[in-house]
Design a protein around this ligand. Structure first.
Ligand SMILES: Cc1cc2nc3c(=O)[nH]c(=O)nc-3n(C[C@H](O)[C@H](O)[C@H](O)COP(=O)(O)OP(=O)(O)OC[C@H]3O[C@@H](n4cnc5c(N)ncnc54)[C@H](O)[C@@H]3O)c2cc1C
Length: 428
């Protein structure tokens, strides 16, 4: 039998700590299996999903916090279902969220139509979920895993190539990070897309939105309604966010207008029916200065080059219309995980590069169809905005309201459920 005296035990203990620490830190500096660039909904969920499968993941994010520019909080049943499949839906119960009950469309101060949130039997409603809270909670789970590392406040500056294949990224101070696969989830203005020379085919109708926040009132607290308001050529959407304030997205038709000089409380009030105008005037002092959000909509004919795959807005920037982008990004993640987990485990470059091409093949048809549906919604709004006669007609003639309501409802099933069935394969 071997016995140890106290000093020997102390030395052994110290040795163990040193070995553990060394292997942990070398794990973080060695070549990882995956580098995910961009910690938005696509990047964070994919990084966590892969890390849970034992794959070593580095998640590299430019911003220092998740409270970055507003990027929407509407989750459709398709996105909620994707989170459920990834076993992330218990997180939703712990963070601010708010299911929508109804949609109201107001035109020239009159109600055009109102519909209950369309819910499939046994299904879920469109739900507003605080995006920063969701991302923070997911990252918290990931950080607990020894094979996951988050580099926050670290913008990627360049791709690193080995011949024709992407083998990593360069961040500040000429630091190179290498991996078997780089996944670009760096959003609509993706640097990785540009550096890999993957062109983006943009939809011609890109537009800008001014985003406002202001105080809510008991009326908005009691109801869960998304309002779409058209008054003359002006149009805006309004809802009570999951974080308890009102948020307004104003479609900026003329980018060259001096919108910074506008008295916005008065402008919003003058485009609203009386009850809403009163709210804007009463709470004018709480109206925050607007943020200008550029909306880019498009699709990359190629989402990948060897060693690099783009997902989410980086591959197909989505319009904010009818809350699709986060949901499409989450569904990309499921398909990517299905194709990538096995080749990533085997660390075979040829198999990884074969799998990334299949991701686009499976996802493109749904993305293109959803973008088409979003464009149809925009066209309907444009027609109303451009024709005073049409606005007058639909707001005064009940017979004309029905086709508008019918064509809106017709699109909603696919916009809520997605186009193709998506199922996450055997994941822990
Ligand atoms: C006004 C507005 C409202 C919207 N509302 C909704 C909605 O309600 N529901 C919905 O589903 N969709 C909505 N969308 C669309 C949605 O925001 C996007 O489709 C979605 O965020 C895409 O997710 P993503 O993870 O692909 O990219 P993003 O969410 O854009 O995340 C990209 C991340 O990459 C980081 N990054 C960028 N460059 C670098 C770099 N060089 N190095 C490291 N990190 C980098 C960014 O900081 C960011 O964190 C809205 C969009 C807009 C503009």
């Amino acid at each position: 039998m071997v016995t140890f005296c106290y000093p020997t035990l102390k030395i052994l203990q110290q040795l163990l700590i040193t070995i553990t620490h060394h292997s942990y830190s070398s794990l973080l500096t060695q070549k990882s299996q995956v580098i995910v660039v961009g910690a938005g909904p696509a990047g964070v969920t994919l990084a966590l999903l892969l890390a849970k499968q034992g794959i070593t993941v580095k998640l590299v994010e430019a911003s220092r916090t998740f409270r970055r520019t507003f990027r929407g909080e509407g989750l459709m049943p398709s996105g909620l279902n994707a989170l459920e499949q990834m076993n992330f839906s218990p997180i939703l119960d712990r963070i601010p969220h708010r299911p929508l009950d109804a949609w109201k469309f107001l035109i020239n101060g009159r109600l055009l139509f109102q519909v209950k949130e369309p819910i499939e039997p046994g299904g879920k409603p469109c739900t507003l979920v605080s995006q920063p809270a969701l991302l923070e909670a997911l990252v918290k789970e990931a950080i607990a895993l020894p094979n996951f590392e988050l580099l926050q406040g670290t913008p990627v500056q360049e791709l690193v190539w080995e011949g024709e294949r992407v083998s990593g990224v360069r961040v500040g101070g000429d630091r190179r990070l290498t991996a078997d696969l780089v996944i670009g989830t760096d959003g609509r203005n993706s640097l990785l897309r540009q550096k890999a020379n993957l062109p983006l085919e943009q939809q011609s109708k890109n537009f800008d939105i001014l985003w406002f926040k202001l105080a809510d009132s008991p009326q908005f607290e009691a109801e869960n309604v998304f309002y779409s308001v058209v008054q003359g050529q002006h149009a805006f959407g309004l809802f009570r966010s999951s974080e308890g304030n009102l948020q307004v997205g104003w479609a900026l038709r003329d980018k060259t207008s001096d919108w910074k000089q506008v008295n916005w409380a008065e402008q919003l009030a003058s485009a609203s029916p009386l009850w809403l105008a009163n709210h804007f005037r009463t709470h004018a002092d709480t109206l925050e200065h607007p943020v200008l959000l550029s909306v880019v909509v498009g699709h990359c004919p190629r989402w990948s080059v060897p060693g690099l795959l783009l997902l989410g807005d980086a591959a197909h920037p989505m319009s904010p219309i009818r809350a699709q982008g986060i949901n499409m990004a989450l569904r990309d993640v499921i398909v990517a995980a299905n194709h990538l987990i096995s080749p990533l485990r085997q660390r075979e470059q040829a198999a990884i590069d074969g799998a990334i091409a299949q991701v686009q093949e499976e996802r493109s048809p749904e993305i293109l169809r959803v973008q088409q549906l979003q464009a149809e919604e925009a066209t309907q709004a444009d027609k109303l905005g451009n024709s005073a006669l049409l606005r007058w007609g639909v707001s005064h003639t009940p017979l004309l309201k029905y086709p508008v309501r019918w064509s809106w409802l017709k699109r909603q099933r696919q916009l809520r459920q997605g186009i193709a069935p998506i199922q996450l394969d055997n994941v822990k």
